[in-house]
Design a protein. Structure first.
Length: 416
């Protein structure tokens, strides 16, 4: 065979390894943001974004974080790996923030805490541990829940089911149906619960419902897994952690996936933690050793920078106080926008009641807007939201709120 013929054969035989790989389904939240960024209209508004924005529409860097960054820049003296379980001071501060500095759990060393790559990483590590060591093959989520919950748990090989949660007829909670469903779950089912600021609805559980859930989990032998991504955004640091502390006081063993992305505004630093409340110091040590093995198999050790900043802020009385003031300002601005939004909607659309949004908490709100209305807001007014009707209240400000309200009023007018 001559050289030319051999070249033809080789060319015919070469096939790309990736020729049969299909395009992935776009993430419903990130896809909205991508479409928003591509829109050149100067009046565009992104209500689908899942980050806090200040009154000027910017994602701020907190002053407490800036000061901690300056301290760390002056003191950092190595770029070596962190321990597999992360910055020790970060883990200790996380435990105290979740359970209280004087918690008997901490005195008895019954909490195993691992620094993770964001709150998503905590969910991933938690379900991997549950699958390996607790025999849990099913996870039950609220209906609806954050879209990534299902993706993370299914990717780990878990079967994902749902329990009743949001009632679109009342824009409230299906508490009785929820409790009835949980009371029928099989033993070792993992129940994913939102501690506060439920994503995506903003509808939270009340104290009585939390107490009932704790009783069901204990009686049925369920595995509680509490997602705590918004500590400080509902009522404050202490009150927002009340469900977690109540579970601990009831003697339950459970998991908490927490995150500092929102409360510190350090989204890109990926600062989360997985905490397991165990029955003894020995159990906590065993859990830590096994979760570290899982970490080693996935990413070996976590990133340093963001965790160092959190540790510095939470260990400094001055910076801690500054951070708490800034966190309060963020929470109060969201509440102010929520109240103003409902008021203006009521004036612009007198025949429709949006008052249910006042009982919702946190950055998000299930607005009650249909997918058809959401699409019209995007196509006609360049206002982007999720087709579920979830909007980010933190994306509203004095400059865009009238535009958004008037656009919603126009989209809701009966079509002639």
């Amino acid at each position: 065979m001559n050289v030319a013929a051999l070249s033809d054969v080789k060319e015919a035989m070469v096939t790309s390894l990736f020729s049969e790989v299909p395009a992935g389904i776009p993430d419903p939240i990130l896809g909205v943001t991508e479409a928003f960024r591509a829109d050149t209209n100067p009046d565009k508004v992104n209500l689908g974004v899942g980050v806090y924005q200040d009154a000027s529409g910017k994602i701020p860097v907190l002053e407490a974080v800036k000061r901690a960054a300056a301290q760390w820049a002056a003191s950092e003296d190595t770029k070596t790996y962190l321990p597999i379980d992360g910055v020790p001071g970060y883990n200790t501060a996380t435990q105290e923030l979740l359970f209280g500095k004087g918690s008997p759990l901490l005195a008895e060393k019954r909490v195993a805490t691992i620094q993770t790559v964001g709150g998503s990483g905590a969910l991933k590590l938690g379900i991997e541990f549950i699958r390996r060591f607790l025999g849990g093959d099913t996870v039950c989520l609220s209906d609806p829940s954050w879209e990534n919950h299902r993706v993370i748990f299914e990717a780990a090989g878990a079967k994902v089911e749902s329990y009743p949660y949001y009632d679109p007829k009342t824009n409230g909670l299906r508490a009785a149906e929820m409790l009835d469903c949980l009371s029928k779950l099989k033993r070792n089912t993992t129940v994913l619960l939102h501690s506060c600021c439920h994503n995506p609805t903003g509808v939270d559980l009340d104290g009585a419902t939390w107490e009932a859930i704790a009783g069901i989990c204990a009686e049925r032998g369920l595995i509680p897994f509490i997602d705590f991504a918004y500590q400080g955004f509902a009522e404050g640091l202490e009150k927002d952690s009340a469900p977690i502390r109540m579970f601990a006081e009831r003697g339950l063993t459970f998991f908490v996936a927490s995150s500092y992305s929102k409360s510190f505004g350090i989204y890109r630093e990926r600062c989360g933690a997985l905490s397991a409340v165990t029955g003894s110091a020995k159990e906590a040590a065993n859990v830590t050793s096994q979760v570290k093995r899982i970490v080693r198999m996935i990413y070996s050790s976590p990133p340093s920078y963001g965790a160092q900043l959190v540790s510095i802020v939470l260990s400094s009385p001055e910076l801690r106080a500054l951070w708490e003031r800034e966190l309060t300002e963020m929470r109060e601005r969201i509440l102010e926008m929520r109240k103003l939004f409902v008021s203006k909607l009521g004036q612009a659309i007198p025949g429709r009641d949006f008052s249910f949004m006042l009982t919702q908490r946190g950055m998000f709100s299930y607005s009650g807007l249909s997918a058809e209305v959401v699409r019209e807001l995007r196509d006609r007014f360049h206002i982007y939201a999720l087709e579920t009707g979830r909007i980010c209240v933190a994306a509203l400000n004095q400059k865009n709120i009238d535009y958004v309200v008037n656009a919603i009023a126009s989209a809701l007018k009966p079509k002639s």
